[in-house]
Write a protein that binds this ligand. Structure first.
Ligand code: NAD
Ligand code: TYD
Length: 365
């Protein structure tokens, strides 16, 4: 298909990561009329082996690059006539942000700013400059963010809504909050068409095994300790990653410009209860007597600044865009555990670092 033949040219950043790979897959498969350009730096968290099933599709292109590189971005927007961005590239792990906050500010804040500026220069006419082609699709900058920008809740029934005041605590959430603010500032100041969604904790296939669920599945399999921070009483709201990708599809197509949409599973779990549920399911699948892996639970020093509870009120996206989570947690966690145990090669590659060579093998660089 020639360049001009696509209805839209969508830049998805961070498409080789966990959530990004599900979003890329959904868009490439469901919208052959769109060209999807996946821009990813391939940090430790980026893995092109997450996308082997769609890498040969005619509407898919991979570009390796850093979202902070303004020159590269300008060339990409020009060469591919980018008319929309779905921005997921980020440093995403709270524990790493505690050790190395600067990388989080650089990627999540400065990288987002570089993308916003490139979009502004490409899409908005400068005074006296070229008027946009009226026939071209309406541009959109969609920023994918987290519920962690809202801070923490107590053990009551309160939920984060779109009106909750920002109150980030970790360097990760502070950097995401800053990037959300820049996105809104580009709308309010320059008129850039933007939309933001803030989602709760995702789980499912292709998540890097540094995050709770895949780390613990891998450790149960290898009979290694399961490090529970503090007393394991912190609460998270978990959403199956494909349900998040469907929500992103809806917000992209039907979300109102300048609005925010909260996305969550209405599925709160105290960490220790979640861990015991995972152990039960994993032991059953592995053929271990019930409770075998409970002895792997190891309470360790709590994470610094560990947010007590996150919980999302997703009423707005339900009511306005008709989105619902499709999977019950029991079904989702079983599916997820089975996926990791059935994809031992993927797991071995990410834990050994072999996946980092896939780009060179595929693209010969
Ligand atoms: P991830 O860490 O799995 O993937 C991030 C991707 O971004 C990787 O492919 C990495 O190579 C790429 N990347 C990092 N720095 C880059 C740079 N400078 N230039 C280009 N690419 C770069 O993250 P994830 O869990 O898939 O999260 C994706 C997005 O969704 C993030 O913005 C995150 O804040 C947000 N989010 C995540 C969750 C969650 O539970 N994981 C929940 C809500 C929101
Ligand atoms: P994580 O998957 O890192 O996501 P986030 O910090 O963004 O919520 O952690 C989920 C919860 O599990 C969080 O409360 C911290 C806790 N946790 C542990 O107890 N042990 C671990 O080894 C990890 C990685 C997380």
């Amino acid at each position: 298909m020639s360049k001009g033949a696509f209805q839209r040219n969508i830049l998805i950043t961070g498409g080789a990561g966990f959530i990004g790979s599900h979003v890329v897959r959904l868009f490439v498969n469901n919208y052959p009329e769109y060209r999807i350009i996946n821009l990813d730096k391939l940090t430790y968290a980026g893995n092109l082996q997450n996308l082997t099933d769609i890498e040969d599709k005619p509407n898919y292109t991979f570009a390796r690059g850093d979202i902070r590189d303004a020159e590269m971005l300008a060339a990409l927007f020009r060469d591919y006539s980018i008319d929309s961005v779905i921005h997921l590239a980020a440093e995403s792990h709270v524990d790493r942000s505690i050790k190395d906050p600067f990388t989080f500010a650089e990627t999540n804040v400065m990288g987002t700013l570089a993308l916003l500026e490139t979009a502004r220069r490409s899409w908005l006419p400068s005074p006296g400059g070229e008027i946009r082609d009226e026939a071209a699709p309406a541009p959109l900058f969609y920023h994918v963010s987290t519920d962690e920008v809202y801070g923490e809740l107590g053990f009551d029934n309160t939920l984060f809504t779109e009106e909750t005041r920002y109150d980030p605590h970790s360097p990760y959430s502070a950097s995401k909050a800053a990037s959300d603010h820049f996105v809104r500032a580009y709308h309010d100041t320059y008129g850039l068409p933007v939309v933001i969604s803030n989602c709760s904790n995702n789980y499912g296939p292709y998540q890097f095994p540094e995050k709770l669920i895949p780390l613990f599945i891998n450790n149960i399999r290898n009979k290694k300790p399961l490090p529970v921070y503090g007393k394991g009483e912190n609460v998270r709201d978990w959403l199956y990653v494909e349900d998040h990708a469907r929500a992103i599809d809806l917000v992209f197509h039907r979300g109102k410009v300048s609005e925010t949409y909260n996305i969550g599973g209405f599925n709160e779990w105290k960490n220790i209860d979640l861990i015991k549920t995972m152990i039960k399911v994993a032991d059953r699948i592995l053929g271990n007597p019930e409770g075998t892996s409970l002895e792997l639970i190891t309470y360790v020093t709590d994470r610094a600044g560990h947010d007590l509870r996150y919980a999302i009120d997703a009423t707005k996206i339900q009511k306005e865009l008709g989105w619902e989570p499709s999977l019950q947690f029991e079904e989702g966690i079983e599916k997820t555990i089975r996926w990791y145990l059935d994809n031992l090669e993927w797991l071995a590659n990410v834990t050994s670092g072999d996946y980092l060579h896939y780009y060179e093998q595929m693209y010969g660089e």
